[in-house]
Design a protein around this ligand. Structure first.
Ligand code: F6R
Length: 241
């Protein structure tokens, strides 16, 4: 059963989760962080910048959840760029220790297996940050994704592309495909921390936390994990019973 923490706002959530990450890094200098992109984790990264001052982060490792396929890594909205801008640079992490799946078409056949090997070689993820899509996706595991899935290429739904169009000029600029850690990959992390803010996430959060465990709502896979913390504001918690 997930621990659900309801906080007044996203800033409080950021502070709470950042404190947990700092505790982890102080305990394990080579901690492995599972990094999410999108808007939701930004308050965590912001809160971490000040909290990590004076903490040795030179050995901290990171793995992003996903990447767009076919988007130039130098594009400002590639997840490589986002992770560099929002996490690696402000927190002073070693860029060589922070990976994103390789979304370049040339290497796509083995990119998923390579990523799985890299996560395993790092000893697995200690703390995995997660956001959730309005359709219940975690990572980019859209409805219908197998709970046993591993890092692989997926097609983004129209809804996810519409949700993410705000980062691009038009919805047509949002890539059609992504490479994402699978639900099975995510479930191997030792601690899952799922965050959500705003009423548009309420149904997805209720389904993930209390609904049936079903591939129709991929976030419900968290119910199969024994150490899950869900941090939500009142609006995102509003459909919980
Ligand atoms: C991002 C990711 C996605 C997002 C989700 C919510 O790496 O894997 O699952 O967490 O799409 O996005 P935001 O936070 O922008 O609402």
């Amino acid at each position: 059963m997930a621990e659900v923490i309801i906080v007044p706002d996203s800033e409080s959530a950021g502070a709470l989760v950042a404190d947990e990450i700092v505790r982890l890094v102080r305990e394990r200098a080579d901690a492995v962080l599972g990094l999410a992109t999108g808007s939701t984790p930004l308050p965590v990264y912001r809160a971490l910048t000040t909290r990590l001052e004076g903490v040795d982060v030179s050995r901290v490792r990171g793995f992003a959840l996903d990447e767009y396929v076919g988007l130039d890594p130098a594009h400002p909205e590639s997840y490589r760029s986002v992770i560099t801008r929002e996490v690696v640079e402000p927190l002073g992490l070693d860029p060589a220790f922070v990976r994103t799946p390789d979304g370049s078409p040339e290497g796509i056949e083995h990119a998923g297996a390579d990523y799985e090997l890299a996560i395993a070689a790092a000893g697995g993820v200690d703390l995995q940050l997660l956001g959730i899509g309005t359709d219940g996706h975690i990572g980019f595991n859209e409805p219908g994704s197998s709970f046993a899935s591993r890092t692989r290429v997926k097609t983004l739904t129209r809804q996810t592309r519409a949700d993410n169009a705000r980062f691009f000029d038009t919805i047509d600029d949002v890539p059609m495909h992504c490479i994402t850690q699978g639900l099975g990959t995510i479930l191997t992390a030792r601690h899952l921390v799922l965050l959500a803010f705003g009423e548009e996430k309420a149904a997805a959060i209720a389904g993930a936390v209390e609904g049936p465990v079903t591939a129709s709502l991929p976030g419900s896979a968290i119910q199969l994990h024994e150490h899950v913390t869900v941090v939500v504001d009142e609006a995102a918690a509003s459909a919980l019973l």
